[in-house]
Structure formats: structure tokens, C-alpha cells
Design a protein around this ligand. Structure first.
Ligand code: SF4
Length: 272
């Protein structure tokens, strides 16, 4: 069974796949354009980033936000059995770049399912969650050919039904009227000090929203876009389906209270 330790990127065990497989466009997050499948010019021969300590100051903030949920080491060490991307065949290198985004999506689902199964309120669906967890883990262990044919969107939809039920069960135990802002456009909204306990914030656009001092205890944050949202002194205790990349993209402080599943981003308190 999966535990969360394996669902965080381990760059030591990866052949720099995110720096090769993913495309990016010159923007506030990336200093340059890069095509999918092409190695980033900053990637060194040892698969490490040549500007790791200077990513933010060199205009690569997007790289500091990203996490592969452990898909990089899975593809490098399991799917391709430790065959190095650079010294193996060109076909292997191409397929590695193709399957990495698929496995990344599956690992993100493993993250949510593992969290869901740990929620006591989700007990009525624990057995279903366990089956979905096993099934998803099995999918990640398929061959590159099988992964290439996988309809990962369809699998996501199936899992999402279970995650929705989990969310309803978990939020039902929180007293008071819960706000439903699912998918809402709250970009730049002034929500300082707002009572968002047990709120449904699934897929909510909270880009640059002011959430300073907001009460987000027990809120469902799956897919919420928190880029540049200000979480200074907000309370996210027991908020669920929050991922490290979401948090990394937000702003916050030493006073922001976080669920145990994530860590406080270093840039929240660092002086750049
Ligand atoms: S800048 Fe560094 S971390 Fe970002 S894609 Fe390039 S090599 Fe990878």
C-alpha cells in the first residue's frame, strides 16, 4: 500500500524528467520558452539543476513551485528499470518523456486517495478508497506501452466520484453553514478574515486573493488555484486535498497554520 513518503519528488532517483518532459513558456514563472521533450538548458549532465539555488532570482519561480508527487523516480527506476535517459536508446528517452506526465497524474491521485483513506469521517467509503488506491498503484506499474495507451482522464473521473463523496463526509462534521465556492472566480477577492470553515473550494480560482487571517479549517481545496494568494496568518488546520505545489505557489507567513500533510514553503520566510 502506498504511503505519502513515496509521493514526493526524489530528484536523487530521477533522471531530471520534469526538466525534460514538460514544456514551458516565457512568463513571470519561466525566463525562457522550452518545448516538451527537450532538456532545459540549465539541466546538468548529472541530472541536477545548474541554477538550483538561484531559481527565483533567475526567473524560474515555476520550477520552485513544482512537485512530481514521486512520478520522476517511479518512471526512472521502475518503468524504465534505472536505464539512464541520456545513455539509453533515443526511443526510451522519448517514451520516458511521454509517460512521465501520465504517471504524474496517477501519483497525484495516489496523494489524494491516501489522504482520503486517512480521514476518519470517510470511514463509509474506506473500502472503496482502498480498492481505488490499489488499482491506481497498479496502473503506475504498467509498461511504457500500456501507460501510453492509458485513458488517464477516465480514471481520474472515476476516482473523483469517490473523492467528492469523501469531501461531503469530511465537511459534514464541521458545524455551521458551509460555503460552496466550487469553481468560482475569486481572483483577487478580498477574503481577509473570512469564515471558510468546511468550505467547498474545489477548483476555485483564488489567484492573488487576500486570504490573510482567513479560517480555512476543514476546507476542501482540491484543485484550487492559489497562485499568489496571500495566506498570511490563515488557518488551514485540517484543510484537505491541499498539495505542496498549490502551497508553494501561494504566499504565507510563519503564522500560517498548515495541515500536517504539507510543509511550510521556504520562500514564505526567506529574504530574497
Ligand atoms: S531551471 Fe532547473 S529546475 Fe527548472 S527546468 Fe531547468 S534544470 Fe529543471
Amino acid at each position: 500500500m502506498t504511503d505519502r513518503a513515496g509521493l514526493r519528488g526524489d530528484c536523487e532517483q530521477c533522471f531530471g524528467l520534469c526538466c525534460v518532459a514538460l514544456p514551458f513558456a516565457a512568463s513571470a514563472d519561466f525566463a525562457i520558452d522550452k518545448e516538451a521533450g527537450k532538456p532545459c538548458p540549465n539541466l546538468r549532465g548529472d541530472h541536477r539543476c545548474g541554477i538550483h539555488a538561484r531559481l527565483r532570482t533567475e526567473g524560474f519561480t515555476g520550477c520552485t513551485v513544482y512537485d512530481c508527487f514521486g512520478a520522476g523516480q517511479k518512471v526512472s527506476q521502475v518503468t524504465f528499470g534505472g536505464r539512464d535517459r541520456r545513455t539509453g536508446s533515443r526511443e526510451d528517452a522519448r517514451r520516458m518523456a511521454d509517460v512521465f506526465p501520465v504517471v504524474r497524474q496517477l501519483h497525484e491521485l495516489l496523494w489524494y486517495l491516501t489522504e482520503a483513506r486517512a480521514l476518519p469521517a470517510a470511514r463509509p467509503v474506506h473500502a472503496d478508497l482502498g480498492r481505488a488506491l490499489e488499482q491506481t498503484e497498479a496502473l503506475t506499474r504498467q509498461t511504457p506501452e500500456e501507460l501510453g495507451r492509458l485513458d488517464v482522464g477516465a480514471h481520474r473521473q472515476e476516482v473523483n466520484v469517490l473523492l467528492l463523496r469523501t469531501s461531503e463526509l469530511a465537511r459534514a462534521g464541521i458545524p455551521g453553514k458551509k460555503k460552496n465556492r466550487r469553481g468560482a472566480d475569486l481572483m483577487g477577492a478580498r477574503l481577509g478574515g473570512a469564515d471558510l470553515r468546511g468550505a467547498n473550494l474545489r477548483g476555485t480560482y483564488l489567484i492573488a486573493a487576500d486570504l490573510t487571517g482567513a479560517d480555512l479549517r476543514g476546507a476542501d481545496l482540491i484543485g484550487a488555484d492559489l497562485r499568489d494568494a496571500d495566506l498570511t496568518d490563515a488557518d488551514l488546520t485540517d484543510a484537505f486535498f491541499l498539495t505542496q505545489p498549490q502551497l508553494n505557489a501561494a504566499r504565507g507567513s510563519a503564522g500560517t497554520r498548515l495541515p500536517q500533510s504539507v510543509t511550510r514553503p521556504a520562500h514564505w520566510t526567506a529574504r530574497l
